[in-house]
Design a protein around this ligand. Structure first.
Ligand SMILES: Nc1ncnc2c1ncn2[C@@H]1O[C@H](COP(=O)(O)OP(=O)(O)OP(=O)(O)O)[C@@H](O)[C@H]1O
Ligand SMILES: [Mg+2]
Length: 217
């Protein structure tokens, strides 16, 4: 998926977060975004996912102006094309692991237990499909969130600190998986991270400040 962001500005009430954020991401490209805590990285991803509004500028996805879509159209687009790994996981507590991971397929009316088992195995959670989220470690929960973001082969993957709770070897495996998914499906991957190892894998690393996105770390 191609993504074009032009001069994006975000405020919460009167409090500015960032302005003049511009970014073009090509299909299949992997871009890492780094920046200090509180600078607005999660807010920026939420805007790209049309989960939050922005005050200035525009976001366009494969030529469609995201700002012009109504809520129903935004929800439809998210369901079809987006995989989002939330910083806080947002795993549903009353659904077991396999149900959480299978949810995007269910919403698309394409339930596929074999695909669910495949991604669970890929994130190292084979055999844990029937556990409830409360019975998992933080790193296992993070991998559930990653499996859920990839299960429907989205064209745009937004991942907010997806390796923050993982040991170095599991983190490397998860990054391998995110990158493989990006390559296989011609998806674009935008990764917010504090990890130098994760950022070093990207095609480009951009630094978010209140004034915009600049190259470099
Ligand atoms: N819903 C909200 N209402 C008001 N202010 C908010 C809201 N969400 C975030 N903020 C503020 O906006 C700023 C950016 O927050 P955001 O979560 O995007 O930062 P971040 O770069 O992702 O930080 P971290 O690296 O700690 O995850 C922060 O100052 C935060 O307190
Ligand atoms: Mg954040």
């Amino acid at each position: 998926m191609s993504l074009v962001i032009q001069d994006l500005g975000k405020r919460y009430g009167d409090t500015p977060v960032f302005s003049n954020v511009s970014l073009t991401v090509a299909p299949g490209e992997f871009v890492a975004i780094v920046g200090e805590s509180g600078v607005g990285k999660s807010s920026l991803l939420n805007c790209m996912a049309a989960l939050d509004d922005w005050q200035d500028g525009s976001i366009s996805l494969d030529g469609t102006d995201l700002g012009r879509l109504n809520e129903t159209q935004r929800a439809h687009w998210r369901r079809e094309a987006l995989g989002f790994v939330f910083q806080a996981f947002h795993v549903l507590p009353h659904l077991d692991v396999a149900q959480n991971v299978g949810l995007p397929l269910l919403l698309l009316q394409r339930p596929d237990p074999a695909r669910v088992a495949q991604v669970l195995e890929a994130v190292g959670l084979a055999g844990l499909g029937e556990r409830l989220p409360a019975q998992l470690s933080g790193g296992q929960l993070q991998r559930v969130a990653i499996a859920r973001a990839l299960v429907h082969k989205p064209r745009l993957i937004l991942a907010d600190e997806p390796t923050g709770n993982l040991d170095p070897s599991t983190a490397a495996q998860v990054m391998d998986l995110l990158q493989a998914q990006t390559r296989e499906n011609g998806a674009s991957l935008i990764l917010v991270t504090h990890s130098e190892h994760a950022a070093a894998r990207a095609d480009r690393t951009l630094h978010l400040t209140a004034q915009g996105l600049a190259p470099g770390v």
